[in-house]
Design a protein around this ligand. Sequence first.
Ligand SMILES: CC(=O)SCCNC(=O)CCNC(=O)[C@H](O)C(C)(C)COP(=O)(O)OP(=O)(O)OC[C@H]1O[C@@H](n2cnc3c(N)ncnc32)[C@H](O)[C@@H]1OP(=O)(O)O
Ligand SMILES: CC(C)C(=O)C(=O)O
Length: 505
Amino acid sequence: MYIEEVKPEMKLPETVRIFDTTLRDGEQTPGVALTVDEKICIARKLDSLGVDTIEAGFPAASPGEMDSVRRIADLDLDANTCGLARVLREDIDAVIDCGADYIHTFIGTSPLHRKYKLKMSPEEIIDRAVFGVEYAVEHGLRVEFSAEDATRTEFDYLVGVYRAAEDAGADMINVPDTVGVMIPRAMNRLIRGLRDEVRTPISVHCHNDFGLAVANSLAAVEAGASQVHATINGLGERAGNAALEEVVMALITRYDLPLTIKTTELVNISEFVSKITGVRMPPNKAIVGENAFAHEAGIHVHGVLEKAETYEPITPEMVGHKRRIVLGKHTGANALRSKLQEYGIDMNEDQFCTLYEQVKRLGDKGKRITDADLRAMAVTILGKATREIVKLEGIAVMTGESVMPTATVKLRIGDEIKTTSMTGVGPVDAAINAIQSLVSETADIELDEYNIEAITGGTNALAEVFVVMSDADGNKATGRSTREDIVMASVEAVLDAINKILSLK
Ligand SMILES: CC(=O)SCCNC(=O)CCNC(=O)[C@H](O)C(C)(C)COP(=O)(O)OP(=O)(O)OC[C@H]1O[C@@H](n2cnc3c(N)ncnc32)[C@H](O)[C@@H]1OP(=O)(O)O
Ligand SMILES: CC(C)C(=O)C(=O)O
């Protein structure tokens, strides 16, 4: 509604090209280093996603980078394979040697970069830029030129640099907000200004130091930029780059721009990149976070159950996500009824009220309530309490210096008594390993989470253990126990969760 009103003020391009730099700037995320094979896997996924260009690496940086870019170029993907290079002959030669079809070459232009980093005069920087672009063009590459730290460069000088790159044959000029200092209005002004001065298509590369990378990228598009640099999950130097999934979904759904991205792949690629890089997404991350389509508050869940758009701006399916109704302190009766219906559980009004109160009480204590917990609570209220299918009959643990921590556990599982001994990194680990080994003959139940907290002080402190376990069918249950002895608290919590899951069968 409001967006349509401001659209006439924009200079939107017909479409926006997506230049993905997950494998280059994304890999500059502190602590992230990808192997050649990992880069190839990500490149294939980016290509299926439909990005226009994949910046596969910086070939001059190392033999591994060279190998990655070469092998990605050899894949002959639909996306352009791009290599990054300083405006130096040896860097550009490295990109040429990789067989990439596209080069991104750059030089710093701001007073800070000129004076302190490059120690070059403004004229020398222009000469170097022209050399780099011409050299790459002569070698048959399509060339994107970046004035690094453009957003802290004097406008007239910046125009001079870009005009020189354009005259030297650059196919795209990129405007990097290298340290993320822009605000959307200023970015819009800068891109409008540049559009009046240069003929070449304009791209932007925004960093997220103030959390404005996506907003600044969109402001640039509103001013006519026809390409955006982005990374999966917003990876990149320091606070990262503009998150591809956010930029893409905003361009498609807020600006109605026809992008070629297969949006249903976004969650899949986000999870893949998160796993490979080890950079986990916060649950509230837009578009791809665990909570992006999760609802707990009663008023919201009620709205969503009636009509999902009340509290969802786009459908989860559009990005390959799933809607989740979460139980907790804010749960309302409508949400609870829908959960019971989902599991085919019938209750009278009194039983329902008891369950509702229990959910609220647990929520107030800050406890997490999984679907299996709810089902266990419901069956207890219905008089069919969680059955103690697995019962501890005995346990002995041995630990110390120079011995492998070992636990011997005796369980009654149904009518059978079973015993085993297992080792672990400590007595708790050994005991849980032994329980899991015995139970694995009945059901495949994994420990997903283990948390321990000291409730009181001192060596005889009460410890509360909280676990989350799940089986191969996706049933998840929590288990809890509070004891002075952390081994026993852990064993009881694990058995609590296992029995909840087995009682559902
Ligand atoms: C904003 C960005 O994200 S830029 C990309 C950042 N990515 C990387 O740096 C990738 C990893 N880098 C590397 O492996 C190394 O830094 C290399 C191989 C590229 C260069 O290594 P070294 O030769 O040892 O140089 P070092 O990194 O210490 O310093 C950078 C040099 O490049 C020069 N330089 C920096 N940018 C440019 C440029 N665009 N054009 C020409 N020279 C440049 C610097 O002035 C400095 O020169 P000096 O060695 O003569 O002082
Ligand atoms: C190489 C350039 C575009 C860059 O990564 C930056 O300025 O952040």
